[in-house]
Design a protein around this ligand. Structure first.
Ligand code: ASP
Length: 313
């Protein structure tokens, strides 16, 4: 695989291959010296145009555990603030000859666009509300560890589906792995036609008990230009996952950052059913699996695209 741009591009075999490799990397995370030489001499550029805690730190750690050299670039404090465009920034940083670029931007489709400007392997770390493929992969990895297989499992994704790239990637990934997926939220936060991705739609939590896994989403205020719910208090009253709604055998997931008291009550975040910390841990090994896949896994399949010449303003 040359790039990882979306879950849509992956087959179930691709997902299983990446996650089997991630599982093999688990052992490295338990060693005293948490490093293998798999990507020694390779350079990974982390290009983040949007806030990130978990994704950025775990990509950095993943690259370092594979012995790659890492360059971190955040838009704030860079020439982006002086008006440099995404294309010029990418072309400028490409002068450092990165082998892989991990990119997060607020623009849907930006990762695919960047892939056409450089010979580096591109890993999408979130492009607007389009996709967040490594989040979906780490969630599948977490569920494989927790439940064995996803085949026939019932997964409910609850909350702001409309603005969530995680929802889109996860519906696709969970379906590819054989799970039944239901999305649930207020009608204003469920995009019309979402069933085309292979999921059911509910507008209330009345049947939440049928879920094996409850996956809560954050309200994506940064992508909203109007009020989609009357108030957060009313939203919480109808859709918050709390001790009253969550059954004792249900697994609770959330991609982070959690807004305690909104989509989740504090008690369920801290309950033994929550695997939120496990998801963060999975992030490192899964991103090791992804970097290995695009940089070493399919080296022979590579064909070199023609990079465009830098045109700096
Ligand atoms: N961290 C995830 C994302 O970047 C989820 C979220 O921000 O709510 O999409």
């Amino acid at each position: 695989m040359r790039h990882l741009l979306s879950i849509e591009d992956l087959t179930r075999d691709d997902i299983e291959r990446i996650l089997d490799r991630a599982a093999a990397f688990e052992e490295v995370s338990h060693r005293d010296i948490k490093k293998v030489p798999a990507l020694r001499g390779r350079t990974v550029l982390n290009l983040f145009y949007e806030a990130s805690t978990r994704t950025r730190s775990s990509f950095e750690l993943a690259a370092k555990r594979l012995s790659a050299d890492v360059v971190n670039f955040a838009a704030s404090g860079s020439s982006v603030e002086k008006g440099e465009s995404l294309k010029d920034t990418v072309l400028t940083l490409t002068a450092h000859s990165p082998d892989a670029i991990v990119i997060r931007t607020p623009y849907a489709g930006a990762a695919a666009l960047v892939a056409s400007w450089t010979t580096a392997a591109i890993v999408n770390a979130g492009d607007g509300k389009h996709e967040h493929p490594t989040q979906a992969l780490l969630d599948v990895h977490t569920l494989r560890q927790k439940l064995g297989s996803l085949e026939g499992r019932n997964i409910w994704i609850v909350g702001d589906v409309a603005h969530s790239r995680v929802a889109r990637s996860n519906i696709l990934a969970f379906r590819k792995m054989g799970a039944d997926v239901t999305v649930c939220g207020p009608p204003t936060l469920i995009p019309r036609g979402i069933e085309a991705l292979g999921c059911d739609v509910r507008y209330d939590l009345d049947d939440l008990r049928e879920a094996d896994v409850v996956y809560a989403l954050r309200m994506q205020h940064e992508r909203m230009d109007q009020h989609f719910v009357p108030s957060l208090r009313e939203y919480a009253a109808n859709y918050q996952i709390n001790g009253r709604r969550l059954g004792p055998r249900q697994v609770l997931m959330h991609p982070g950052p959690v807004n305690r008291g909104v989509e989740l009550s504090g008690e369920v975040v801290d309950s033994p059913q929550a695997v939120i910390t496990m998801q963060v841990k999975s992030g490192v090994v899964v991103r090791m699996g992804v970097l290995y896949e695009v940089l070493a896994g399919a080296r022979d399949e590579r064909s070199a695209p023609q990079p465009t010449e830098p045109q700096l303003a």
